[in-house]
Ligand binder design. Structure first.
Ligand SMILES: [Zn+2]
Length: 73
């Protein structure tokens, strides 16, 4: 029973520390910790984010893109 519970948790929820929301999107762990202050608890290269944290991540990367465009223009 213990094993089953553990694997289910891993597969279904957000990898941000302390977050139990359903996963929404997978993202590279390195990128998340670089762009945001979220604490990721994933063992692999990819982390799963819930809707809320995915939005936060998207916002962080979007701001960077916009800044880059401005400086290139
Ligand atoms: Zn989350």
């Amino acid at each position: 029973m213990k094993h089953e519970r553990k694997s289910k948790r891993r597969n279904k929820t957000c990898d941000v520390k302390g977050c139990d929301e359903d996963k929404k999107q997978s993202v590279p762990v390195g990128k998340v910790s670089k762009k945001t202050d979220l604490e990721i608890e994933a063992s692999g290269r990819n982390a799963y984010l819930c809707k809320k944290h995915w939005k936060k991540y998207k916002k962080a990367t979007k701001e960077e893109r916009e800044m880059r465009q401005l400086s290139w223009d």
